[in-house]
Design a protein around this ligand. Structure first.
Ligand SMILES: Cc1cc2nc3c(=O)[nH]c(=O)nc-3n(C[C@H](O)[C@H](O)[C@H](O)COP(=O)(O)OP(=O)(O)OC[C@H]3O[C@@H](n4cnc5c(N)ncnc54)[C@H](O)[C@@H]3O)c2cc1C
Length: 481
């Protein structure tokens, strides 16, 4: 049974086209880069994306699932992409929490319809590769140029051009570094960018084939239950999540376990299903988890790293900005990782929809940083805290399970709510209600317009005193070849 979605009712926002259209060069065609391409094309800027991989499907490693929270699906509705996302996506209706070793139910929570209505989005599960492809196709439809086999090896000192491994140089008015945590743009912005602190955990990322689950009476209910659910197992130093990512087949499987020192910060470190299964066996996982681990298809292993904040996301030249993982890496499998990339794109495009002169570029990039840094930091800390909570050890984990059971037996909402933990509920509301376009508009009304008025009055004053007034649109132009 599925909860009726209300994405049909979400009309796209009508994008305001920028008076001055400029050239953006985006490094990286991951979720962040492609989202920026879509958002900036919507407001009329020229966009070229360069990606080192050979094609959008060039990497078999975009293999896992993605959880999209309401603040992320809302962005898709604004962009008129609701139907594209909902066609392969699955609306999640509830979360079920269980004990890792015994499988005992610790609680469950159905998403509150009123809260989702207020947030203007839903929880949707989707195949990560599918999500990336949808963004890619939309960016192309909107007129972005996307070049594969184009690896950036150098960012120029003025940060307005990049050199590809072929030797070709590309120039733009603004370079957007969406090349992830290991790309060259992060270091161009901050050459001392920290390489992060290991959390002691790693995550296996895999798909569990739906047909194998359906033939097993233990596993079939995870896929075909009354509600479409996110299944979570809380353990000691371990936890697992399983959720459907396609309407009629396949579940995603995230399995957190202690890092024995061999995991890396990459998504393409492939391991065998036996390795996943051995971890489940050694940690005495409940029967269903052991079965899921054995069925893991194309599993990869990724380290959970805690990343410190970059002080600046904007290069001192004022023409290069980092977004997505290049600016703010999240732990793998986190709920808000990809959604922060979409919000970044939404904010950036909304700010640049007001562009009328080149001298606004730097202030818009710093406004972007100012608007995004606090929100991203808060969500990253919360996501990491959630992973620590799900993987507590020893007495702490027993207390956690006891508290959850106690809430459940009182009929209270384990994830918080009016009848439970009100503070957590309010935080959820804040996170999901956030609207990146509104925030950018507020900045424009409060600060951007003020600056323009100040500029206009100083121009008038200069003109009346005989000093030459500068034109609003300068002739600076640097098309991307
Ligand atoms: C291979 C892969 C698989 C993933 N699988 C999942 C998954 O299953 N589930 C999930 O929730 N999240 C997954 N993620 C993570 C997810 O994409 C990110 O957490 C988040 O959505 C934002 O990513 P991003 O676009 O900022 O960075 P990334 O996803 O890291 O994308 C960066 C892009 O930049 C490209 N790039 C890097 N360096 C250069 C260069 N020098 N020149 C040109 N291009 C360059 C990379 O090839 C990549 O396409 C995956 C990421 C990767 C890279």
């Amino acid at each position: 049974m599925t909860m009726p979605g209300f994405h049909e009712a979400r009309a796209p926002s009508i994008p305001k086209k920028a008076t001055l259209a400029i050239d953006f060069l985006i490094v990286g065609a991951g979720i962040a880069g492609l989202s920026c391409a879509v958002a900036l094309r919507r407001v009329g800027h020229r966009v070229t994306v360069v990606e080192k991989e050979p094609s959008i499907d060039g990497s078999q490693y975009h293999a896992g699932g993605s959880r999209m929270p309401p603040n992320m699906t809302k962005v898709f509705y604004h962009w008129g992409m609701g139907d594209k996302i909902m066609e392969p996506g699955v609306i999640s209706e509830r979360v079920v929490m269980q004990q890792y070793r015994s499988g005992t139910m610790l609680g469950s929570h159905r998403w509150d319809k009123e809260m989702l209505e207020e947030a203007g989005g839903e929880f949707v599960f989707i195949h990560h590769a599918k999500l990336r492809r949808i963004l890619y196709e939309t960016a192309l439809e909107l007129g972005a140029t996307i070049r594969f086999r184009s690896k950036v090896v150098e960012v120029s000192e003025d940060s307005r051009s990049v050199t590809l491994s072929s030797g070709e140089e590309l120039r733009a008015d603004v370079v957007i570094g969406a090349d992830g945590v290991h790309g060259p743009c992060r270091l161009a912005v901050d050459e001392e960018a920290d390489s992060g602190r290991p959390s002691g955990l790693m995550m296996f990322n895999a798909i569990i084939p739906g047909e194998s689950m359906r033939t097993d009476p233990d596993l079939a209910p995870l896929l075909d239950g009354e509600f479409i659910s996110l299944w979570v197992w809380f353990g000691e130093n371990h936890c697992a999540l399983c959720f459907p990512i396609a309407k009629s087949d396949d579940c995603a499987f995230y399995f957190y376990a202690p890092d024995e020192g061999n995991a890396q910060d990459v998504w393409n470190d492939m391991v065998s299903a036996k390795e996943v299964s051995d971890h489940a066996t050694v940690s005495d996982a409940e029967r269903r988890l052991k079965k899921l681990a054995r069925l893991a298809r194309q599993p990869s292993r990724i380290r959970c790293t805690e990343w410190p904040d970059l002080d600046d996301w904007v290069h001192e030249s004022g023409r290069l900005v980092v977004v997505g993982e290049a600016a703010h890496p999240f732990p793998p499998g986190s709920i808000q990782g990809s959604s922060m990339s979409l919000e970044d794109a939404s904010t950036l495009a909304k700010l640049f929809s007001h562009l009328i002169s080149y001298d606004q570029i730097e202030s818009f990039l710093y406004a972007f940083q100012e608007l995004r840094q606090g929100r991203v930091k808060k969500n990253r800390i919360t996501d990491m805290a959630n992973i620590y909570f799900m993987t507590m050890s020893g007495e702490e984990s027993r207390q956690r399970d006891k508290a959850m059971l106690a809430m459940q037996s009182k009929g209270q909402n384990v994830l918080g709510g009016d009848d439970g933990n009100k503070q957590q509920w309010d935080e959820n509301r804040d996170t999901f209600d956030y609207d990146a376009e509104d925030e950018a508009d507020n900045w424009w009304v409060q600060w951007g317009l003020l600056r323009e008025r100040a500029k206009a009055s100083s121009t008038l004053a200069n003109a009346s005193s005989g000093v030459l007034a500068f034109p609003i649109i300068t002739t600076e132009s640097s098309p991307v070849p």
